[in-house]
Design a protein around this ligand. Structure first.
Ligand SMILES: Nc1nc2c(ncn2[C@@H]2O[C@H](COP(=O)(O)OP(=O)(O)OP(=O)(O)O)[C@@H](O)[C@H]2O)c(=O)[nH]1
Ligand SMILES: [Mg+2]
Length: 192
């Protein structure tokens, strides 16, 4: 989406920052990158086939017709920084791309879905074992259960300082607030 969110022009004053958007299959990573990007986002979507129904669980996202097969890419300019957003593919069979994808990334926004919390564990393990800074954004769907933040934090086994926000990945304002939570967290860690 060519966004009116980002009015500022990129200059040498803008520090380039690479961020990765990760999370399980169908959690809304591509949707979030598309909602935020001020340039036409790069997508690598392929149509979901009948064969994939055996391995890709469409529970809760049965309207979904495509899946990311390599990356999503978008850009968002904020005061002083230009964020380069790299959306990861969701299925564990694409984890082979992970090391390349996160190389040079300043942090990761992990999207989660409260209808299938367990699905986030694999990606959280990857992020933590790579020592990456991260924040968690719960992408809220109409039938998502609302857990108290403490219960959710416990279920996801998050450190007390890890930001946990709820967002609507389709909404640029909400999606942007998730990224800001991540960027502020990174800033705190880098400056502390
Ligand atoms: N209701 C609702 N639907 C959403 C939301 N975010 C995404 N969707 C829908 O949910 C589906 C999944 O979105 P994607 O953005 O393709 O998910 P993804 O994480 O990129 O999926 P993979 O790349 O296949 O892992 C799509 O059909 C979206 O339209 C949301 O916040 N609310
Ligand atoms: Mg995707």
């Amino acid at each position: 989406m060519a966004s009116a969110l980002s009015e500022s022009r990129i200059s040498t004053e803008h520090i380039p920052v690479k961020l990765v958007i990760a999370g399980p299959f169908g959690v809304g990573k591509t949707t979030l990158v598309d909602a935020l990007s001020e340039i036409k986002p790069l997508n690598t979507e392929e149509v979901l086939t009948q064969a994939g129904t055996l391995v890709d669980d469409l529970t809760g996202v049965n309207e979904k017709t495509t899946t990311t097969t390599a990356i999503d890419f978008g850009r968002l300019t904020m005061p002083g920084v230009v964020l380069y957003l790299f959306g990861a593919p969701g299925q564990t069979r694409f984890q082979v791309l992970w090391n390349e994808l996160v190389r040079g990334a300043l942090g990761v926004l992990v999207l989660a879905d409260t209808r299938r919390i367990d699905d986030s564990f694999a990606v959280l393990d990857l992020v933590e074992s790579a020592g990456l800074r991260y924040a968690v954004a719960v992408n809220h769907f109409p039938d998502s259960p609302d857990y108290p933040p403490d219960a959710l934090r416990q279920a996801l086994d998050l450190h007390a300082s890890t930001p946990l926000v709820v967002c609507d990945a389709r909404d640029p304002v909400s999606a942007r607030a998730s990224l800001i939570a991540l960027v502020e967290h990174i800033k705190e860690l880098v400056l502390s």
